[in-house]
Write a protein that binds this ligand. Structure first.
Ligand SMILES: [Zn+2]
Length: 261
């Protein structure tokens, strides 16, 4: 199978400590073709860059995550622009009214600036949003937005917002959340997403699948192995009532259109 992970953090030490050769072998065995690896701090960007040089399935993505805004240097913007000149995406960026240290007022201009850079260069962008859907929608409506659209990672907005966001150019990415039967809000939204706007992800090492659906384990058992993208694909097929092969080819098409063109 040809699998595509739209959002992870493969460079995190908690994954890397499993040993690169073994990780690469497992990911080759499951058929991983591409994964978007998101650096979330300036320090991270160098690590993501180095991995992308070494591994051909790594698509590097650079951004300041709302959780890391409080630790940015005054030069973050010029450093970001230097990184994206090498060809890549912007992310993970976003807004978070749940657990970010930086105030919401501080988050908004930094998010806007990064979205503007993405729009300016028409780059694929990975967006995190927690409890900030109203303000996010306003920012999208004001624009500018990348012509290719933008991706809402681990979508947690309502099912009702799906159409409106899709008309603004949204792609919706889902991870292990869809493996949990009690995540009714996410599941409802998941089934509303237009087939050509759906993407799948692990967010590894975050978002571990439920215990009985963990196919691959890292040395640190609370961390999610990126090869668990297999479980996300299986669950997506089950929830959509479609053959796995159909989901696999639809995701490949969507991933290529959004990230690789
Ligand atoms: Zn993430």
């Amino acid at each position: 199978m040809r699998l595509f992970d739209a959002h992870n953090h493969f460079h995190y030490p908690i994954i890397q400590e499993a040993g690169l050769p073994e990780l690469l072998q497992t990911l080759e065995e499951i058929g991983l073709r591409k994964a978007v690896v998101n650096g979330t701090t300036e320090e991270d960007w160098t690590k993501v860059h180095d991995l992308a040089e070494e591994i051909d399935w790594v698509l590097p993505s650079y951004g300041v995550h709302p959780w890391n805004i409080h630790e940015t240097s005054p030069q973050w913007e010029s450093t970001l622009i230097r990184h994206i000149e090498e060809g890549c995406g912007i992310g993970e960026i976003g807004l978070d009214r749940g657990r970010a240290e930086a105030s919401f007022d501080r988050q908004v201009p930094i998010f806007r600036r990064q979205l503007e850079i993405a729009a300016d260069q028409n780059l694929p962008t990975s967006i995190h949003c927690v409890k900030a859907w109203g303000p996010l929608l306003e920012i999208f409506q004001e624009g500018p937005l990348p012509e290719r659209g933008f991706m809402l990672h681990s979508y947690s907005g309502s099912a009702e917002m799906v159409d409106q966001l899709a008309s603004l150019g949204a792609y919706f990415s889902f991870g292990a959340t869809i493996l949990y039967s009690d995540k009714t809000r996410a599941l409802e939204a998941f089934t509303k997403v237009p087939p050509d706007r759906l993407l799948l992800e692990t967010d590894a090492p975050n978002l571990l699948p439920p215990d009985n659906r963990i196919a691959y384990r890292l040395p640190k058992e609370s961390a999610n192995h990126p090869a668990n993208i297999t479980s996300v694909y299986q669950s997506a097929a089950e929830r959509l009532g479609k053959p796995l092969e159909d989901v696999v080819s639809q995701i490949e098409e969507n991933f290529e259109r959004f990230f690789l063109k």
